[in-house]
Design a protein around this ligand. Structure first.
Ligand code: SF4
Length: 342
């Protein structure tokens, strides 16, 4: 993976949301939704991001695209002409990059304007970004081509979103994103609202389009089996921080972080190394006041005294496989034994 070209570099990205507390709401505390994320996404890969709901995955995806303004940190977008710090751009400058950086949301029901036809929805971005003149024959020819690529038939051009099923609406959302010729798409829980049989159709469509159009995805999901199916590399997020990252195979065959192990052991349809399920005790702690030391220590089956006091270091446990745990270098077998013992 190291000889591949970087498309995005994320450095210490943070997104804190202010919360007013106290008498007359004068005191301000912060919900740390994304709390210092560093990672790189390479051209042509599908980068999976997993974690429980509330772990900060969607906020990360939106902050990366500057749909939310970052509290701190940097996002670099690499192109042939050089790199651009997206986080340094003003709104007008950022607009020029919107066509390269698209997002597909979870809910295909609310993310489409109900007053616009399918054709208008798909054409809108292509006109806004100056690819075609509004109403031109070339535009409609282009829209029909994008629809065909996304498995939508020509007779659907003048229909409205409410006339479609959830799976077809998600195809419309994909077509709308694709029509502006993006380089990178954030797929934010984009199959979570769909039936399982439809999910695989949409995942296959995304994979086909990636190959054909040379796309790169950040694929955000709480569903490990979906992420395993589609991702080349995976990062695991807990309380706004990445706790483990590596190739999909490394993460699923040789998980080194207790949180990853617990998620895998609890996922249906994934054959974990242990037949025994590791129960994640308690709820996700409040991101307003995350635990000191390793933030996972309140739920970790392997937690030791040091974990309560000292933040865990990032350790490269094998080539390109990173784990944020004091005991990352313990053999996986030892950890699973410990889990079973307790
Ligand atoms: Fe568990 Fe300690 Fe590792 Fe955190 S540092 S994941 S608490 S063993």
């Amino acid at each position: 993976m190291n000889d591949r070209k970087k498309l995005l570099t994320v450095k210490n990205l943070k997104k804190y949301f202010p919360i007013k507390t106290g008498f007359l709401a004068r005191n301000r505390t912060f919900l740390r939704a994304v709390d210092g994320v560093d990672l790189e996404i390479y051209e042509g890969e599908t980068f999976g991001l997993v974690g429980e709901s509330g772990s900060g995955k969607s906020t990360f995806g939106r902050t990366l695209l500057r749909l939310y303004e970052p509290t701190d940190g940097q996002v670099l977008f690499h192109q042939e002409e050089g790199e651009t710090a997206l986080t340094d751009l003003n709104i007008r400058q950022m607009r020029a990059f919107r066509k390269d950086l698209q997002i597909i949301f979870q809910d295909p029901y609310s993310s489409l304007n109900p007053r616009m036809t399918v054709g208008q929805l798909i054409a809108e971005g292509a006109v806004t970004h100056g690819y075609f003149k509004k109403g031109s024959a070339a535009l409609w020819e282009y829209v029909l081509g994008v629809m065909r690529a996304c498995g939508l038939q020509e007779h659907m051009l003048r229909r409205y979103p409410h006339q479609f099923s959830g799976g077809q609406r998600q195809r419309i959302c994909i077509a709308r994103a694709l029509a502006v010729k993006p380089k990178f798409i954030v797929c934010d829980e984009c199959v979570s609202a769909l039936d399982v049989s439809i999910q695989s159709q949409i995942l296959n469509l995304l994979s086909e389009l990636k190959e054909r159009e040379g796309l790169t995805y950040l694929f955000i999901s709480h569903d490990l089996s979906v992420v395993r199916y589609i991702s080349d590399r995976i990062a695991v997020m807990y309380l706004g921080k990445i706790v483990e990252m590596g190739d999909a195979e490394q993460i699923f065959e040789n998980p080194r972080h207790p949180y990853t192990m617990a998620l895998i052991s609890a996922a249906p349809n994934i054959q974990a190394q242990s037949t025994e399920k590791i129960l994640l005790e308690g709820q996700l702690p409040n991101p307003v006041s995350p635990p000191k030391g390793c933030p996972f220590h309140t739920r970790c089956f392997y937690a030791q005294e040091i974990c309560q006091r000292v933040p865990a270091p990032v350790i490269e446990v094998e080539n390109g496989h990173f784990c944020v745990c004091h005991f990352s270098l313990d053999s996986t077998e030892m950890k699973w034994k410990k889990a079973r013992k307790e």
